[in-house]
Write a protein that binds this ligand. Structure first.
Ligand SMILES: CC(C)(COP(=O)(O)OP(=O)(O)OC[C@H]1O[C@@H](n2cnc3c(N)ncnc32)[C@H](O)[C@@H]1OP(=O)(O)O)[C@@H](O)C(=O)NCCC(=O)NCCS
Length: 193
C-alpha cells in the first residue's frame, strides 16, 4: 500500500506513522552534494533547532523563523507537533526543513520551506518542493497554498517552477496556490481520528 496517512492517536509526532512512496529520497545539488530528504523524527529536534538557531535572516518570511529565542522554541515545538515535517540532511546535519499541515487533508494544507544559507541557490529548494508536491498528492490533497513576500523573488521563482500560481493582488505578501490533480482512484488511505 502507498501513502498511508494514519491520524490515529494523533501525537502528530505520530508522523512516524505517515508513510509516503516519495520519502525518503536523495538529491544531488548543483555542487554535487548528496542531500537526503526524509521524514522528521522526534530525535531530530536538536538538529532542527540548531538549523533555526543559526538560520539567517530570521524573521523575514511572515516573521519566521522568530527572532526571539523563546518564541522560536515555542514555534518549533508547535511545528513539529502539529505539522508533517520533512528534513533535508547533509552529512548528518539538518540543512533544510519543509512542513505541511496534513491534518486538514484532503483540503488545502499550507506549505513552508526553509533552506540554510550555504545551501541556497543549488537546486535543493526546487527538488525539495517537487518531493513535497508528490507527498501532498499521495496524501490526497486537492491543493497546497503558500504565502510569500513579493520581494522574495527567488522563492517566487521556485514556487512557480513547481506549479504554484498567484491567487491575489500584488501586495507586500501574496498567496500562491498549487492545484493538484488526483488520480481517479486514490491509492492513499486516510484514517482520520
Ligand atoms: C526560497 C528557498 C526555499 C529556495 O530554495 P533554493 O534551494 O535556494 O532554490 P533553488 O536553488 O532550487 O532555485 C532557485 C531559483 O531561483 C533563481 N534565483 C536565484 N536568485 C534569484 C533572485 N534574486 N530572483 C529571482 N530568481 C532567483 C535561481 O537561478 C534558481 O532558478 P533556476 O533553477 O531556474 O536557475 C531558499 O532560498 C530559502 O530557504 N530562502 C530563505 C527562506 C525563504 O525564503 N523561504 C520561503 C518562504 S515562503
Amino acid at each position: 500500500m502507498t501513502g498511508v496517512l494514519d491520524f490515529d492517536e494523533m501525537s502528530y509526532a505520530g508522523q512516524k506513522r505517515l508513510r509516503f512512496e516519495s520519502l525518503p529520497s536523495q538529491i544531488k545539488d548543483r555542487r554535487g552534494r548528496l542531500i537526503k530528504l526524509r521524514a522528521y523524527e522526534a530525535t531530530d529536534f536538536e538538529g532542527l533547532k540548531e538549523m533555526y538557531d543559526t538560520f539567517e535572516p530570521k524573521g523575514l518570511e511572515s516573521g519566521l523563523p522568530p527572532l526571539d529565542d523563546q518564541a522560536r522554541l515555542r514555534w518549533l515545538n508547535c511545528v513539529v507537533s502539529d505539522l508533517f515535517n520533512v528534513l533535508a540532511v547533509y552529512k548528518g546535519r539538518v540543512i533544510g526543513h519543509s512542513a505541511l499541515d496534513l491534518s486538514c487533508a484532503p483540503s488545502c494544507p499550507e506549505y513552508l520551506i526553509f533552506i540554510k544559507k550555504g545551501f541556497r541557490n543549488c537546486g535543493i529548494g526546487t527538488a525539495f518542493s517537487m518531493v513535497m508536491k508528490r507527498v501532498s498528492k499521495e496524501a490526497g490533497c486537492e491543493k497546497v497554498i503558500v504565502t510569500v513576500r513579493t520581494a522574495n523573488t527567488r522563492a517566487v521563482k521556485v514556487f512557480k517552477k513547481v506549479g504554484f500560481e498567484f491567487t491575489d493582488e500584488i501586495e507586500v505578501e501574496r498567496d500562491m496556490e498549487l492545484k493538484l490533480k488526483q488520480a481517479k482512484t486514490s491509492r492513499t488511505k486516510i484514517c482520520k481520528r
